[in-house]
Design a protein around this ligand. Structure first.
Ligand SMILES: C[S@@+](CC[C@H](N)C(=O)[O-])C[C@H]1O[C@@H](n2cnc3c(N)ncnc32)[C@H](O)[C@@H]1O
Length: 241
């Protein structure tokens, strides 16, 4: 049984590491566990409804279900096949015996009339993939009853004012599907403009923080420095009321 499952798992290119039981954990490339630890997702989600936008292999949807959520909807615009397809989600869903609902849809097509309103909305690793991030956040406001969790790539960390780097090509990790690198002040402003009443910044990671001072000095001197010096990840909670 375990050998057969491992064969199925091996056919898929995984993004998330998901414990499927029987000693099988999917070999995802994402640092899913550390992402989860930074979200401050309640340990008990009993009675809560959760919308996971850009769910991919579904780790966070299955985790919300495991924590007792009464309804979980995983949405993504999954590719038809290969990388970023729904194969991983479907296999994990079946092996876990999950009741998570899944919908292939672009987030710009989400409306409360179509999917409902959710206590918690997870928007993890998606913001910087949107060409029109402010319009995207505007779609999320009417779907969110209690709290929106935003986890995102950030850039321009050397700027105090709201600022965002624009990636028209493959400037971010060689990935043509990445468009924007906002700094935390910009994300907070976007959330505010999108209609969220309050935003808390929970976490900012500066991957090369120890070099940050040197990089800042280099900037002051007008020297070029690696963009990585000003990039990181951040987590926000946004409240509609
Ligand atoms: C970097 S992955 C993040 C996966 C997961 N949320 C996480 O944080 O580990 C981005 C996901 O968002 C999805 N995505 C990007 N833009 C989208 C859109 N406009 N509508 C729906 N899904 C989208 C992609 O297909 C991909 O699965």
């Amino acid at each position: 049984m375990a050998a057969a499952l491992q064969q199925e798992v091996a056919k898929i290119r995984w993004f998330h590491s998901i414990d499927l039981g029987s000693g099988t954990v999917t070999p995802g490339i994402d640092r899913t566990a550390s992402k989860l630890s930074r979200l401050a997702l309640p340990a008990d989600l009993t009675g809560k409804s959760v919308l996971d936008i850009g769910a991919w292999d579904g780790f966070f949807s299955f985790e919300a279900e495991r924590r007792g959520a009464s309804r979980v909807l995983a949405i993504d615009r999954w590719a038809e096949s290969g990388w970023a397809s729904r194969d991983g989600f479907d296999l994990a869903h079946s092996i876990l015996g999950s009741k998570v609902e899944a919908l292939k849809i672009d987030l710009f097509d989400l409306t409360p009339a179509r999917v409902g309103v959710f206590d918690f909305v997870l928007f993890l690793g998606v913001l910087y993939h949107l060409r029109e991030p402010l319009a995207g956040l505007e779609r999320l406001r009417p779907l969110t009853r209690e709290k929106l969790f935003v986890e995102t790539h950030v850039d321009m960390l050397h700027c105090k004012e709201a600022a965002a780097a624009f990636y028209p090509g493959v400037e971010l990790n060689g990935d043509p599907s990445s468009w924007w690198g906002p700094n935390p002040a910009a994300v907070a402003e976007w959330l505010n403009q999108a209609g969220f009443a309050r935003t808390d910044l929970l976490y900012v990671q500066r991957p090369v923080w120890r070099f940050g001072h040197a990089a800042h000095l280099a900037l002051l001197r007008g020297e070029k420095f690696m963009p990585a010096f000003r990039r990181g990840r951040a987590v926000f909670h946004a409240f509609p009321e």
